[in-house]
Design a protein around this ligand. Structure first.
Ligand code: PLP
Length: 426
């Protein structure tokens, strides 16, 4: 039997990959903690939590046990007209940890669908109440997923360019990054002063795919207060920021003004299974209650609220009840902070930043600095050749480790990044 990598090359089309020029994928056969092993037995440190999803480490024995138990009793059931215990308990437990204005959980099966549901909830909330409000306000640099609604509420960039003409119109206001808080607020004030605005969607405190951009809670809070004043529902996309990433359970926990709708995925199952959840306030939910069936939220997926995925999420929540998990979040956050300060003087490092367990910096590069910058592939290959898994966004280098990453694994990652900075091509 030939190697997995070669067989893959004959049959698989990979996401976000130029299949003609990309180097062959690494075939991973096993994971343990922060480590992954390829088909030749080589060990890699997963410094990006496998597309930002894994929080407790790979093949976590406790999650595996709970998932296996669930598999033996109920693997799946249609979620319209039926329910099951893992979904009910998970909703009850999520509502206990989410901001306390949240009152209902709508399940789907990934981050983009969690966003689609949020967008539909907001638009239909107005329609069900007899208003025609159809525009969403979005932040510059935002990324909310790859389905059409999620692309529409994301910034028009390289990722969505082939579809720009097909995406619905949104109002873009500056993200309140750096000193731009006042300007962002002024732009938002102009935007909400229209009777066509249905909602404001944002990635709280950390804009991920847009370049790992970190911003403060205070200016965002002012923007949310303004939306509240104008009765515009707010949607926090916590797909990336949820479950400890920013140091608290949710990035919304840093805010005084709580969002009306919250999107969850990625870390929801500890990174084990695909699951999405969109929570909302009672007020949003009540707008859908009617004798008129046309006011229902007609949205669902075959795997909505899958019991195995819910069991994985419940096991992950159990781990979040352990003090050690939060000790790890604090330990990784501190290590990241120290590394950011250690590299901040390097001549090629720009805008070093960190929030919670996430650190990022831009690498000064000649010419284009976007996603297609050649440095991206060089940095990526440099680290992967040294067995550290990264996935730079253009010239933006970042680390999003699982919280179980040990100090010595973190040190290995840092020394590879430091060597990378020393050897950067000009
Ligand atoms: C903030 C945010 N929203 C939505 C998504 C889309 O999630 P998924 O890839 O599960 O569709 C992502 C994925 O990176 C994300 O970072």
């Amino acid at each position: 039997m030939s190697r997995l990598t070669e067989r893959d090359g004959k049959v698989i089309w990979h996401p976000y990959t130029q299949m003609l020029t990309a180097r062959p994928p690494v075939a991973i056969v096993r994971g343990e903690g922060a480590l992954l092993y390829d088909e030749d037995g080589r060990e890699y440190i997963d410094a990006i939590s496998s597309w930002w999803v894994n929080v407790h480490g790979h093949a976590h024995p406790y999650i595996a046990e709970r998932v296996a138990e669930q598999l033996r009793s109920l693997e799946h059931v249609i979620f319209a007209g039926f329910t099951h215990e893992p979904a009910v308990i998970l909703a009850e437990r999520l509502l206990k940890v989410l901001p306390d204005n949240q009152s209902r959980i709508f399940y789907s099966d990934n981050g983009s669908t969690a966003v689609e549901v949020a967008v539909k909830m907001a638009l239909q909330y107005w329609r069900n109440r007899g208003h025609k409000r159809q525009k969403l306000i979005v932040l510059s640099n935002s990324y909310h997923g790859d389905t059409f609604g999620a692309m529409s509420v994301s910034v028009r960039d390289l990722f969505t360019e082939p579809f720009w003409e097909l995406l619905f119109d949104v109002v873009v206001v500056d993200a309140p990054v750096g000193g731009k808080g006042n300007e962002a607020l002024a732009q938002l004030e102009r935007a909400v002063n229209s009777d066509d605005i249905a909602a404001f969607i944002f990635e709280p405190l950390l804009q991920g795919a847009g370049g790992m951009i970190v911003y403060d809670a205070v200016p965002l809070d002012r923007m949310l207060a303004l939306c509240k004043e104008y009765k515009i529902p707010t949607i926090a996309d916590e797909v990336l920021t949820g479950f400890g990433r920013t140091g608290k359970f949710f990035a919304s926990d840093y805010l005084i003004n709580k969002p009306d709708i919250i999107c969850l995925s990625k870390g929801l199952t500890g990174g084990t299974m695909a699951l999405g959840a969109t929570s909302c306030t009672e007020e949003i939910y009540e707008a859908f209650l009617s004798d008129d069936k046309r006011k229902s939220l007609f949205h669902g997926h075959s795997y909505t609220g899958n019991p195995i995925a819910c069991a994985a999420a419940l096991a992950s929540l159990d781990l979040f009840e352990k003090k050690e998990t939060w000790d790890d979040v604090a330990r990784v956050s501190l290590r990241q902070k120290a590394f950011v300060s250690a590299i901040s003087k390097h001549e090629r490092v720009r805008n070093p930043r960190r929030i919670g367990t996430v650190m990022a910096f831009d690498v000064a590069a000649k010419g284009k600095t976007g996603y297609l910058n050649n440095l991206r592939d060089w940095m990526n290959d440099f680290c992967i050749d040294r067995r550290v898994i990264v996935r730079p966004l253009g010239n933006v280098m970042y680390l999003i480790p699982p919280y179980c990453m040990t100090d010595s694994q973190l040190e290995s990652v840092y020394s590879v990044l430091t060597a990378m900075l020393q050897e950067l091509p000009s």
